[in-house]
Design a protein around this ligand. Structure first.
Ligand code: HEM
Length: 311
């Protein structure tokens, strides 16, 4: 379906066949991002990965992101962070049983805790900024990024509407808050030597990469933009997906029983599942894939922009 949003023609793809054409067969023609004004402001003129238009910067940044953050072999301390936080949750759930718990809140705390630990390590953990938690600042940013910007669709006069509605002011306030927060985190990391035995966090990794001779240049703005992507992209999506998976299992007692039997059958006397066990849990993996299919956390993806015509 072709929709005309102001100046921007938008093609909505809703069949698996067309999605495959766009995302796989002709990926190189459709893989860019539209230069959204909100993202431009928040991510330091597109120094991030998720919203930056396709090009050399995107390719270089993606390589860094994948090799340093998503590859647990590069940095085993990230895996350790996940195991520690999951351990805390399991302990809490065991103690709370059989009383009901608010799983929504616990899942958000779990994922927020893992990403917080991976990104900032021990040094910033749990500290507030100008009386606000990082999560609250991020929620505000998401709100304003998802909000309606008239300038995006009507470039000539839209800015007047955005000024009247207060969208521009909100964007600037959010940016200032988040920027000051991350600036403080970076300064703390730059000014404090790592203690002996302390795990390297993501900020340490980015600072090290920008200083060593690996040929990677990461400015302060670049590092802050990547940290924003990690928090904005990683927390809500993961937590929402886990809550949906649990909700589906609670509704489907046969599925729940199969997951429990598979875990017990594979773990034996072991008390906690670790990442090596996950490969063996085939049914659990199917449950997660089905959850992502039924309840995609980002159903419309981040809009793709066409770069060239294709048949
Ligand atoms: C269940 C969890 C997650 C879901 C459902 C999800 C969903 C998505 C979707 C739909 C996109 C856009 C893909 C596209 O436009 O083609 C995306 C991109 C992205 N996500 Fe996630 N995400 C999840 C977890 C994470 C985590 C944990 C992180 C970071 C720690 C993350 C960081 C990113 C980044 C950086 C991009 C941009 C990638 C690129 O442009 O190449 N996401 N995600």
């Amino acid at each position: 379906m072709l929709l005309q949003h102001g100046n921007i023609p938008t093609l909505l793809i809703s069949s698996a066949q067309m999605a495959k054409q766009i995302m796989k067969t002709h990926d190189t023609s459709f893989c860019s991002r539209s230069p959204s004004l909100g993202a431009k402001r928040i991510f330091y003129n597109f120094l991030d990965l998720a919203f930056t238009p396709y090009g050399d910067h995107w390719r270089r940044t993606r390589k860094i992101f994948v090799s340093q953050l998503l590859n647990s072999r590069t940095n085993p301390s990230f895996l350790h962070a996940r195991e520690v936080e999951v351990g805390h949750l399991i302990d809490y759930l065991s103690e709370a049983s059989p009383n009901p718990v608010n799983l929504d809140e616990k899942m958000f705390n779990l994922v927020g805790g893992v990403i917080d630990k991976v990104a900032f390590g021990k040094r910033r953990r749990g500290k507030k900024f100008q009386g606000q938690e990082l999560k609250d600042v991020l929620d505000e940013v998401m709100d304003v990024l998802n909000g309606f910007s008239a300038e995006e669709f009507f470039p000539f006069l839209g800015w007047i509407i955005d000024s009247v509605t207060g969208h521009r002011a909100r964007l600037n306030i959010c940016f200032q808050k988040l920027d000051s927060y991350l600036e403080m985190v970076l300064d703390e990391h730059l000014n404090q030597e790592m203690q002996n035995g302390e795990d390297e966090d993501l900020v340490d990794v980015f600072i090290r990469l920008s200083k060593d001779n690996s040929g990677v240049f990461l400015s302060k703005e670049h590092i802050k933009a990547l940290l924003m992507n990690t928090f904005l992209g990683g927390v809500d999506t993961t937590a929402i997906t886990m809550v949906w998976a649990m909700s589906e299992l609670v509704k489907n007692s046969r599925g729940m029983q199969k997951v429990q039997e598979e875990i017990r059958g594979n773990l034996g006397m072991k008390q906690k599942v670790d990442s090596d066990d996950l490969k063996k849990l085939i049914y659990l993996n199917i449950v997660m894939k089905e959850t992502l299919r039924l309840h995609p956390a980002v159903p419309l993806l981040i809009p793709h922009q066409r770069m060239q015509h294709c048949k």
